[in-house]
Design a protein around this ligand. Structure first.
Ligand SMILES: Cc1ncc(COP(=O)(O)O)c(C=O)c1O
Length: 354
């Protein structure tokens, strides 16, 4: 066989895996348990019925960008939409990372930040978080001096811990960073609006806020995410995207969802109630949890693998962090419907009793 000559920097890199098992109750990938409102599906499919699908989509997503600008109150020239926030990150790393450049993450956090950086050929480095999972500001500032990263990645609420990053930390890092400070706010709608970093954008043009329709909006299957930033940041993004990257269906669903934004807020509120119930009930079972501002709860489960398997045998799928530094005995459960919370809790009580 001819030598394949795979990129040497990809060797030893494992692809992202989160098991998609056919469980009765799936609480492992932080999706919304609520489908999008019926009106959203009807409006989007109605638009598709009349769409010229033999033609390429509107490359600039004109209507979607206008609606998103109205929704966020941020000018259109400072918005960028892509196929899920993962693709937003890919575009950011392609434009601002890449060979000879460095990004920094604070672990534990969402593993895709490092994986996507490496796919784009970026050198990655990381620092550990405090006990309460916040970024250690002093250590982070020291890292900015030694590593000089072009990209700093924060995540608030952080996945998988659910904890918030204080806005003062974001501000201090933005002032001292030699490049971008990206704040992944995939779960922002489950936290208080005042905890989001959007308010920092005008004052700190190197701050980038990334959001998604995959969680609170109940549209994980559509693949839509976006960023808010200074227009100078956005100006670099068009160079690295593939032409017509936003399909006609993705644009139609985004537009319809934005027209019914208040229903997404209500659905998110119902999920928040289940999250808070999970925190109370898990503590009642004697398990350590952390204050979550997202749609999931991280908890210590002793032998995480045994508990994970015991839950799966009972039809409940959660996420295990067995083997992840700092999270060895942890599991993460997504807040679902009230009846899913009930089933998860009774299955967990049984497993812990065994
Ligand atoms: C912190 C964080 N960012 C981004 C994503 C990916 O979202 P999307 O579906 O928008 O690509 C996830 C998904 O779980 C996440 O946890």
């Amino acid at each position: 066989m001819v030598p394949l000559r795979v990129r040497p920097d990809l060797s030893g890199m494992a692809p992202y895996v989160s098991p998609q098992l056919p469980a009765r109750i799936r609480l492992n990938t932080n999706e919304s348990p609520h489908p999008p409102p019926r009106a959203v599906v009807e409006e989007a499919t109605g638009a598709l019925r009349n769409a010229a699908l033999n033609r390429y989509p509107d490359r600039d997503g004109t209507s979607l960008y206008a609606a998103l600008s109205a929704h966020t109150g941020w000018p259109q020239e400072g918005l960028w939409v892509a196929n899920g926030s993962n693709e937003v990150f890919l575009h950011l790393f392609l434009a601002f990372g890449g060979p000879g450049r460095t990004s920094i993450t604070f672990e534990p956090t969402y593993s895709l930040h490092t994986l996507i950086a490496r796919i784009a050929g970026t050198r990655t480095t990381s620092r550990r978080r405090h006990d309460g999972w916040a970024v250690d500001l002093e250590d982070a500032l020291e890292a900015l001096g030694t590593e000089r990263p072009e990209i700093v990645v924060l995540c608030s609420p952080n996945n998988p811990t659910g904890t918030l990053e204080p806005l003062d930390t974001v501000r201090d890092l933005a002032v001292r960073a030699p490049g971008l400070v990206i704040v992944d706010e995939a779960y922002a709608e489950f936290a208080a609006p005042s905890d989001g970093a959007i308010g920092l954008l005008s004052e700190h043009p190197n701050v980038v806020v990334v959001r998604t329709f995959s969680k609170a909006w109940g549209l994980a299957g559509v693949r839509l995410g976006y960023l808010l930033a200074a227009p100078e940041v956005i100006a670099e993004m068009a160079t690295v995207r593939l032409p017509y990257h936003l399909s006609v269906p993705a644009q139609a669903f985004g537009l319809a969802a934005l027209a019914h934004a208040s229903e997404a807020v209500e659905a998110a509120q119902a999920v928040v109630e289940e999250r808070d119930r999970l925190i109370v009930e898990l503590a009642g079972l004697g398990l350590k949890t952390w204050p979550s501002h997202a749609n999931f709860v991280l908890f210590e489960a002793g032998d995480a693998d045994v508990v994970w398997n015991g839950l799966l045998e009972r039809g409940v799928l959660v996420r295990s962090y067995e083997g992840r530094p700092g999270l060895e005995s942890c599991l993460r459960v997504t807040a679902g419907l009230p009846e899913e919370t009930d089933e998860f809790l009774s299955a967990l009580a049984e497993v812990l009793d065994e």
